[in-house]
Design a protein around this ligand. Structure first.
Ligand code: MG
Length: 162
């Protein structure tokens, strides 16, 4: 049976925000008094994007490839996780067409950094910057995200048969 021409994937991740942690989103360090907490650099945007990519190809999630119990993953640059996801998808005979992501957090303010984040992701994804969407919104002060306790990201990815 021939493989579908196009496939889509969805990714989601959430991290708590901790005072004094670096805030790296899409490989770009954002000036902030809080940052996502986690085993790696906790780049929640990269994690959601990587899962969307892997999901599009029906592969396992990033926890399978990068267990948070693995000392080698400690403080790792999450752009490397995205790179690996891209490589795994390429092996299946598909290539990435576009990625779109929505970040939800009360802080930090990422608006001024969106272009840099898009450029950073596009480079690793191997697609033009205008094929990468990155948006940021607040949770309108609702629930724990609205209280500033964390940052969540939803992402989608479209892949096409080579
Ligand atoms: Mg994560």
């Amino acid at each position: 049976m021939s493989q579908p021409l196009f496939r889509i994937g969805i990714g989601y991740d959430i991290h708590t925000l901790k005072a004094g942690r670096r805030c790296v989103l899409g490989g770009v360090e954002i000036p902030s008094d809080v940052g996502p907490d986690g085993h790696s650099d906790a780049d929640v945007l990269c994690h959601a994007v990587a899962d969307a990519i892997l999901g599009a190809a029906g592969l396992r999630d990033i926890g399978f490839y990068f267990p948070n119990t693995d000392p080698a993953c400690k403080d790792m640059n999450s752009l490397d996780i995205v790179r690996r996801a891209v490589a795994e998808v390429e092996k299946t005979g598909y290539c990435i067409q576009n990625v779109d992501a929505a970040m939800i957090a009360e802080k930090p303010k990422v608006g001024p950094h969106i272009d840099a984040i898009k450029a950073s992701l596009a480079k690793v994804l191997g697609i033009p910057e205008n094929c990468v969407g990155v948006k940021a919104t607040t949770n309108e002060k609702l629930d724990d995200l609205g209280a500033g306790l964390g940052i969540a990201v939803h992402a989608v990815c479209l892949i096409a048969r080579k």
